[in-house]
Design a protein. Structure first.
Length: 171
């Protein structure tokens, strides 16, 4: 398991132990989008989900993959999920490209990540989620609105990577 997944699993275990999150069996399934991953992923998911509801969380993924790969993922999700199941998706919108925090992220990614070709990123607008055939947007929040809603501290908007978070329900 890669280092990020290990750290995430450790944090979730800590939250479950302290009662912040309910105890659940959570499976982490890494996928290499540079390979033909669909068949193997469907097989892994089928083994894990027999007669269980599926919640899929895409966080830290869409920025790094192409729109074609994003379309393939949502098509795959539509195949493995039943009506009434959910996808959580976190992404950036195009407006973020003007912020200094984003320029720092882009520079970091170009310098530190090993890509086979020129680094390209993806932003995702509301309309993408709203036009998915198999899904309906049931919630949408961004970092700023959540901060304001929960009485957070003053934010430097130019230094903020304002993520947009969506909950999608399978039709």
């Amino acid at each position: 398991m890669c280092q990020i997944l290990f750290l995430l699993k450790k944090k979730i275990d800590s939250w479950q132990s302290s009662g912040i999150l309910p105890k659940r069996q959570i499976e982490f399934l890494p996928a290499d989008f540079n390979t033909e991953y669909e068949e193997a992923l469907i097989k892994q998911l089928g083994t894990l989900t027999k007669d269980k509801k599926i919640f899929i969380l895409l966080e830290g993924v869409l920025f790094f993959i192409s729109r074609d790969d994003t379309n393939k993922l949502f098509s795959l999700f539509g195949e493995i999920q039943n009506s009434g199941e959910y996808v959580g998706s976190v992404s950036f919108q195009k407006a973020i490209e003007k912020k200094s925090a984003f320029k720092k992220l882009e520079k970091f990614a170009k310098e530190r990540l090993d890509f086979n070709e020129k680094f390209c990123y993806q932003t995702v607008e509301d309309s993408y989620y709203e036009n998915l055939d198999n899904y309906q947007v049931i919630e949408h929040h961004d970092t700023v609105s959540l901060n304001n809603k929960h009485g957070g501290k003053e934010l430097n908007l130019n230094e903020l990577l304002d993520e947009h978070m969506y909950i999608l329900k399978r039709k």
